[in-house]
Design a protein around this ligand. Structure first.
Ligand code: B4P
Length: 194
């Protein structure tokens, strides 16, 4: 099993690149953003709670997200591996994920961090906001999300760097060029299926 964390600020292209990785390496994609948006759309109690945070651009409480991840992993027992997209976003989430995977006799192999300038992030998210209908893609909320990232999420990179698992790639260029850099790193662990 090969487990990858795709890491980076809001709008760095985690969701976009996850699609390419799934198609090339046949890994199971787990996006906490998508899981939460699905709960919101279905008006579940978890979704109603999560929406309050997401609409303001702040992180949903750790315990909500961690419980959700555990059940999602259990749904795909025969997976070749997982891509964790947008998770972990706090040090506590990272420690919990490590414990959870250890319990399931597996581990994180690689953390790929997408490095993108702040001007580019804002421009991409504002662009997406024109069509996405997402309540968190407005100027005010985007600024708040980037602030949350700097305050709570950035430290997750140094946590994994401490275990020698972190690789940083530039994500400022085109989707195709960024994917080439990502593939170069994944190929050291896993061969493409197609
Ligand atoms: P997420 O859904 O994870 O959203 P994101 O960070 O905005 O997206 P991403 O980096 O995947 O960008 P994308 O590929 O879409 O989180 C949303 C909210 O959910 C959070 O604010 C938080 O409240 C909550 N949440 C999620 N996970 C949580 C957790 N673990 N704990 C607590 N709360 C949590 O790309 C963005 C845009 O850029 C797209 O329009 C795309 O087309 C474009 N783009 C991508 N790559 C490009 C490139 N190379 N060139 C040009 N454009 C590009």
């Amino acid at each position: 099993m090969f487990n990858l964390i795709l890491f980076g600020p809001p709008g760095s292209g985690k969701g976009t690149q996850s699609e390419n990785i799934v198609n090339t390496y046949n890994l199971e994609h787990i996006s906490t953003g998508e899981l939460l948006r699905d709960e919101v759309a279905r008006h579940t109690p978890l979704g109603v709670e999560a929406q309050k945070y997401m609409d303001q651009g702040i992180l949903v409480p750790d315990e909500v997200v961690i419980g959700m991840i555990s059940s999602r992993i259990d749904e795909s027992k025969d997976a070749r591996g997982f891509i964790f997209d947008g998770f972990p976003r706090t040090r506590l989430q990272a420690e919990s994920l490590d414990k959870l995977l250890e319990f399931k006799n597996t581990k994180i192999d690689l953390v790929l961090a997408l490095d993108v300038s702040e001007t580019e992030l804002i421009s991409r998210l504002l662009g997406r906001g024109l069509t996405s209908g997402r309540s968190d893609d407005t100027k005010e909320v985007i600024t708040k999300r980037i602030k949350e990232y700097r305050a709570k999420t950035e430290q997750v990179a140094s946590y994994y760097d401490g275990y020698g698992k972190l690789e940083t790639v530039t994500g400022n260029n085109s989707v195709e060029d960024t994917f080439k850099l990502i593939s170069k790193n994944i190929n050291k662990y896993l061969l493409p299926v197609a």
